[in-house]
Ligand binder design. Sequence first.
Ligand SMILES: [Zn+2]
Length: 248
Amino acid sequence: MLNDDQLLRYSRQLLLPEFDIAGQEALAAARVLMIGAGGLGCPAGLYLAGAGIGELVIVDADTVESSNLHRQIAYREADVGQPKATALAATLQRLNNEVRIVPHQLRADEQWLATRVRDFTLVLDCCDNFATRQAINAACHAAGVPVVSGAAIRLQAQLVTFDFRRDDSPCYHCLYGDGDGPDTLCSESGILGPVVGTVGTMQALLAIRLLTGHAVDGTLHLFDAATLQWRQMALRKDPACPLCGATD
Ligand SMILES: [Zn+2]
């Protein structure tokens, strides 16, 4: 039940017929795990906290560096040297005191994810490396928890949702297999702030859509920041996938 303050606060999204009171209550009941508090996690976290998500758990092992400030928009110069998880949590708590925000300064490894992911309604993959993406994928698939995954490097970005509540959902391994070589890192290859910001914002959008009962399919969305073009690729489950193909 929304009180008068909440009806006013969330009025602009409540006006949308496809959102309405039921959407707000669904968001308030949602528990979201966000892995990564960098260029993707900052905008995603800001929009989800602003929208009135029930609980947001933020996991990131790193501290804020000055080279992060051009794209990791929740941080200020005074945050340099502070853990990202707690700095982002503090900012989001100032934005919306009603959200339960829990920061963890740690690297989400396979074991941590395997024990924790089942507690959540949705996982946001905002990390920056292939090994963690694979671990998130495996844990979410095993627990039947949907994951919205974003990535960006140079002028290219991508976005995909795997809804593991559905048996026919493809997975990250169907798409990329075991990978092909070392990670491409922003620290080596470069990134423009608005490129990663675009994808983090879209992750928040997909999260809100999914959490409010709208179907989000496993389409791979590819963004080219040089031309502003989005391309879509329909993904299908790989029957030979060692992760999701054998058991279903
Ligand atoms: Zn798969």
